[in-house]
Every structure is written in C-alpha cells, then in structure tokens.
Design a protein around this ligand. Structure first.
Ligand code: HEC
Ligand code: HEC
Length: 296
C-alpha cells in the first residue's frame, strides 16, 4: 500500500473514532430529564420518551471502544502500521505450513526408509496413501482405482506396463504413453472386421486356430505380434495389452475392438515426477501394488 493510502486509512479511522466517541459522550446525558418528557416523535400514535441511554449500554460501548483501540495498536489495522505484535495472516499461514511440513517430513522420511512390502502392511501409511491417491489419481482411475474406459483398472493383476513395485513407480514417476497404430488404411473394412474376430477368438486356442481365421492369423503374426506377442500375451515394455484375456482397456465387444484396430489408440498416463515428491511416489507405489495384491 502506498504511503498516501496508508495515511488516508489512518486518518479516516482516527476521525471515525473521534466522531464515535463524541456521539456517545454528547448523548450520554439529557440536560433536564423530566419525567414523561417526549422527543416529539410519534409513530402510529406511539410517542417516544426522552430518556438517557441505559448506563450498562454506555459502559459496554466504552469497553468496546477501549478494546478497539487496543486491537488497532496490537494488530495491523491502521494502514501500513504492522501492529505491536507484528502479526500477519501470511506469517501465521507460513508458520502453520512450516509446522505441518515438519510433521509430514518426519512421517514421509520414515515411509521412504520402509520397503514397499512393509508400507503395504502398514495401515496408517495406507490410510495416508488412499488420500494422496484420491487427490491425484482418482480423477482418472476412479476413487476405487477400478478405472474406466481408457483408464486402466489398477486393482486387477493385469498390467499394461508391469505390476512390480519398480514398474508401478516408473509408471507414476515418468508417466506412460501407449501407442497403438491405426490399421484401417492397410487392412480395409473387411480386413479390420476379420482381425477383430480373430482377436476375440484369442482367448480360446481351438477357436483361434480355426481355419476361418487363417488370413487374419497370418496378418496378426506380421503386423501385431511384434507388440502384442505371438499369441496376444501382451508386452509390458511397450504397454501393449494382453489380448487373449477378458480384460479390455477400451471395451471388448466387436464394435469397440474394431474401433481400436481401425483407428488406433493412444492412452496417456501423465508423469508425476514434478507434482509429487519421491516420498509420495514411493508411498503410492506401495498403495497400488497392494491394491492388486488384495484381489489376486
Ligand atoms: C489424466 C489421467 C490420469 C491420471 C491423473 C493418472 N493416471 Fe495413471 N494412467 C492413465 C492412463 C490413461 C493410463 C494408461 C496409459 C496407456 O494407455 O498406455 C495410466 C496408467 C497407469 C499405470 C500403469 C497401469 C498398468 O496396467 O501398467 C499406473 C500404475 C498408474 N496409471 C497409476 C497412477 C497413479 C498412482 C496416479 C496418481 C498419482 C495416476 N495413475 C494418475 C491416466 C491417468
Ligand atoms: C507398435 C506396437 C503395436 C502394434 C504393431 C499393434 N498394437 Fe495394438 N496396441 C498397442 C498398444 C500400446 C495398445 C494400448 C494403447 C493404449 O494404451 O492406449 C494397443 C491396443 C490394442 C487394442 C485394444 C486393447 C484393449 O484392451 O482395449 C487392440 C484390440 C489391439 N491393440 C489390437 C491390435 C491388432 C489387431 C494389431 C495388428 C493389426 C495391433 N494391435 C498392432 C500396440 C500395438
């Protein structure tokens, strides 16, 4: 605040104070209080008596003014004058944050020393992890980590990029991006439809080896097996999903699978190295790791 505005506020506050005190004192006593005298004001036939204000009210008012003066001396209220206690909301907030930080630091460095397995078995750590997950991950993976269309379920033990503690930590730290090319122009409508039928049959070896799938099978070996594996078992290095199970990132009905093959897919897991501390990533890795463990 510039000196001018500071002075402006101080002067206005001081003048209001003096005016208030004057108003109070000038009304404290009525010169000649006569019994039954009225002010002359009449409303709806009701006349207003002319009586001094009650003493308890005046005393309260004086107390309030004394308190106000003390308050303005102690706390910042007069322009740039910081107050004798030197209190400020920013100072208080910073103090609170520093105190919380200190408590947290101690807690998190304890977490950092523990292994993923130890953390996963520590109910207090997992309670905190659940909150960190809710704040940072639930928006995409869901509060229950069950995922949804395009966002993987983190509770099943079917991993795009691997379910070891290190692989999970890597997914969180650096992010992931899955690149599935589009095949529409190469395969055409009927090629894509045949390929989708073959992909659906992958879960069942006898169906997959049936003669009617032969052209698609041969195409798959050339075009798809490099990423998804010869029998559709997936590849955690590339994040290519397993295709021979019943778990689908983008839906397992024929229409969705045709869409995946024809147009490609590119799921992105954002990197959290900048937004989350190493300690939090470690804690979350343990959390995600035990989520899947619970079920498998
Ligand atoms: C903006 C949405 C988004 C946010 C936020 C997000 N994720 Fe993800 N996450 C994804 C997507 C999409 C994928 C799949 C990437 C792909 O398709 O290749 C993924 C993949 C993952 C994987 C790999 C899963 C596997 O099967 O290998 C893990 C682990 C993971 N996320 C954990 C987390 C955690 C923990 C957080 C919170 C810190 C988080 N994610 C926040 C979208 C998100
Ligand atoms: C360059 C590697 C690569 C090649 C080649 C590739 N894919 Fe993929 N595919 C992926 C990746 C990575 C994903 C996951 C995309 C994501 O995470 O968003 C995927 C996703 C899919 C899905 C969706 C799976 C789901 O769970 O919803 C299907 C279906 C699929 N691919 C089929 C095929 C077929 C059929 C071919 C051959 C014509 C093929 N892919 C070739 C990498 C590849």
């Amino acid at each position: 605040m510039s000196d001018f505005w500071s002075a402006w506020i101080i002067v206005l506050t001081a003048i209001s104070y003096v005016l208030l005190a004057w108003l109070l004192l000038s009304n404290r006593k009525i010169n000649k209080p006569e019994e039954g005298a009225t002010t002359g004001h009449i409303y709806d036939g009701i006349e207003e008596y002319d009586k001094p204000m009650p003493a308890w009210w005046i005393k309260m008012f004086v107390l309030t003014m004394v308190f106000g003066a003390g308050y303005l001396l102690a706390f910042p209220g007069m322009g740039n004058f910081p107050g004798l206690l030197n209190w400020s909301s920013v100072n208080q907030w910073q103090g609170d944050v520093a105190a919380a930080q200190q408590r947290n630091d101690a807690l998190y460095s304890e977490f950092m020393r523990a292994s993923v397995v130890e953390l996963a078995g520590d109910p207090k750590a997992m309670r905190i992890a659940r909150r960190v997950f809710a704040n940072n991950c639930a928006i995409c993976h869901g509060n229950d980590a069950r995922g949804s269309y395009g966002f993987p379920d983190l509770r099943d033990s079917d991993w795009l990029y691997g379910g070891s503690a290190e692989q999970i930590a890597q997914s969180i730290h650096s992010g992931r991006s899955g690149v599935m090319p589009a095949w529409q122009s190469l395969l055409g409508d009927s090629g894509v439809a045949e390929m989708a039928a073959y992909v659906i049959s992958l879960g069942d070896v006898s169906a997959a080896t049936a003669d009617r799938h032969r052209p698609a099978r041969e195409n798959f070996a050339v075009l798809c097996a490099g990423c998804h594996g010869a029998s559709g078992e997936g590849n955690t290095v590339l994040g290519a999903p397993r295709l021979n199970d019943a778990i689908w990132l983008y839906g397992g009905d024929a229409g969705k699978i045709i869409h995946s093959i024809a147009n490609g897919r590119s799921g992105k897991m954002p990197a959290h190295a900048d937004s989350l501390s190493a300690e939090k990533i470690h804690l979350l890795s343990a959390y995600v790791w035990q989520l899947a463990g619970e079920e498998s």
